[in-house]
Design a binder for this molecule. Structure first.
Ligand code: ZN
Ligand code: ZN
Length: 258
């Protein structure tokens, strides 16, 4: 693993950029991509203002540019953009204006569903949980089909939450794999819960054959928010790649200025 394409700084819910870079260097990486949360439209869960990279990306760009001479790492100026189906035009406008080195498209919420907290599902019936998960994969397929993003983030996020875990079906992974096979978008193996609630990477390694069948290849992201997470998750991702023989692709961000 040479590059971690998914890490957060204080421009969203992560840690100071120099500390994240030092951890990436110590983990033996050649490159790290800062993918702070970017939410283009107001969402009913109120996260637009908390993660306002739309307003702050230029400041963060200056901070990245100031830091680049101080490291041998390739540091990417990137973003994790929440995909919202009815905001594709606004998203395209922002991405055209911002010219990030690359973007991760992630489904964090869809319609009335929030996939970042389990609290809303504790009292849900089995059918309601399945409906929430199915809606998630609908949105993932739409995000891939939109061709807005370079990378598809944590493609089975509901697995992180106990009430929704186990409600994804092989057919869900297969339709995501089919969409990816027809798309320029590349999925990531995400280590965001590799030591925590889930105890494994996304997508479920048991489903990898659905992607292999269609010759889909992956990039790697630790989804780290602290230096300690980079330190622990880089070796964990290396193990996942080795244990499951994950097919990787060399990812070339579009507009790297070093
Ligand atoms: Zn995410
Ligand atoms: Zn993330």
């Amino acid at each position: 693993m040479r590059a971690d394409l998914h890490a957060h700084t204080t421009y969203s819910d992560g840690s100071p950029l120099p500390e994240m870079c030092r951890a990436a260097e110590a983990a033996g990486l050649d490159a790290v991509g800062f993918t702070d949360h970017c939410i283009v439209v107001d969402d009913e869960f109120g996260r637009r203002e908390r993660y306002d990279l739309v307003e702050t990306y230029e400041r963060r760009r200056e901070a990245i540019e100031r830091f680049r001479p101080r490291t041998d790492l390739t540091v990417y100026d990137a973003a994790e953009v929440s995909y919202v189906a009815d905001a594709e035009a606004e998203t395209a406008d922002l991405l055209a204006a911002a010219e990030f080195d690359y973007t991760i498209g992630s489904v964090h919420f869809a319609g009335e569903y929030d996939y970042t907290t389990a609290s809303g599902y504790a009292d849900a019936s089995e059918a309601e949980r399945r409906a929430a998960v199915e809606r998630y994969f609908d949105a993932v397929v739409a995000a891939v089909d939109s061709e807005l993003f370079d990378v598809l983030g944590h493609l089975d996020l509901p697995e992180r939450m106990a009430p929704l875990r186990g409600h994804a079906r092989r057919s869900d992974y297969e339709r995501v794999a089919a969409a990816l096979a027809d798309s320029e978008t590349v999925p990531e193996i995400n280590a965001g819960r590799v030591h925590d609630s889930l105890g494994r990477a996304h997508p479920d390694p048991a489903m990898l054959d659905a992607f292999l069948d269609r010759d889909v290849r992956f990039v790697l992201g630790t989804d780290s928010h602290s230096p300690r997470e980079i330190e622990r998750r880089v070796p964990a991702l290396r193990e996942v790649v080795e244990a499951h023989d994950v097919p990787l692709t060399e990812f070339e961000p579009k507009t790297v200025v070093q």
